[in-house]
Design a protein. Sequence first.
Length: 297
Amino acid sequence: MSRRIGLSVIVLVMVLALAVPALAQAGPDAAGPVNIVMDFQWIRQGQVGIVRVNGADVEEVRAVFQERVFHFYPDGSGFTGLISASMERDVGAYVMQVWIKYADGTSERVDESIQVNYGEFGRSDVTLPPSLMPLLEQDVNQNELDRLANVFTRFTPERYWDTGFVLPSGNEQIGWFGAYRLYNGTYWYQHTGLDMRMPIGTSINAAASGRVILSELLPIRGGYVLIDHGWGIYTGYAHMSERFVVPGEWVRQGDVLGLSGNNGRSSGAHLHWEVIVGGEWVDPLAFLNLSAVASAE
Ligand SMILES: [Zn+2]
C-alpha cells in the first residue's frame, strides 16, 4: 500500500517536473497578468472608446481593431488607448486584439470582444451649383481622402493637448456627423464632420493645443487646416477663406487659425469641423464628451 503511494508521488513529481518548464516556456503571461479595462459596454459606429491596460513591467501596448492598429500611450499608472469604430463598417461584435510587450522581452495577446452599435446617422439632400459638379466625382473625393489617410498613418506618441478639447466655434450647428448626403440627387457621401453656420470671415479657433500638419487649399475641403494633437488625434477645419497658420507651427487651444469661408464643396457659408482618431472620422460631439479629452473646467 505504502509502496503504491510512494510510486504515485514519484510519478506525480515527474509529471510536474516535465510540465512546469513547458508551461513557463509557453506561458505568454509569465510577466503578467494585466488588467484590461474598457470604459464602455459598447460603442457606436463613428465613436471612440477608451481602453486602459495596467500591469507590472508592461513596456508597450498596441491593439488591432477593425484591421487598424491603435497605439497605446503611457498615462500615469498604465497605458491608455483610444479605439475608434469606423462609421462605414457594419454593426456587430468585433474582436479587439490587445498586444502587450513586457520589459523582459516576452509578449502576449489578449482578445476582447467589442460590440459596435448603429450610429443613428441621419440623411439629407444637398444641392450644389453646376460649377461645383466636378467636385462630386468619385476620384476627386478618393484622391483627397487618400491624401489625408496618408497623413493619419503618422502616430505621435506625445500628448500635445493639455486642457481638453472644445468646439472651434459657438455658432449654430446645422449638419451632423455621419449623415448620408445625397448630392444633387446623384451622389451619396457620408458626412465626415460637424457643420456650423457662420458668416464668412468669422474667426476659427483651435479646439485644443497641437501642431499644424496641413494648411492648404483642397478640392473638397477648400481652405483647410489640420492639427495633430498627439495620441493619434487630429482635428480639421474646412472651407476657410483665410488661413493664418503654416505646417509645423505650434498652436494653443483658442488660437485663431483663420477665417471661415464658403469654398471647396460647400453650398453655403459654414465651418466643417472634423475629428480623426486612429485614422477614422469620429463624431465630434461624442468625442468632446470623452473623459480622456474632456475640457478641464
Ligand atoms: Zn461638413
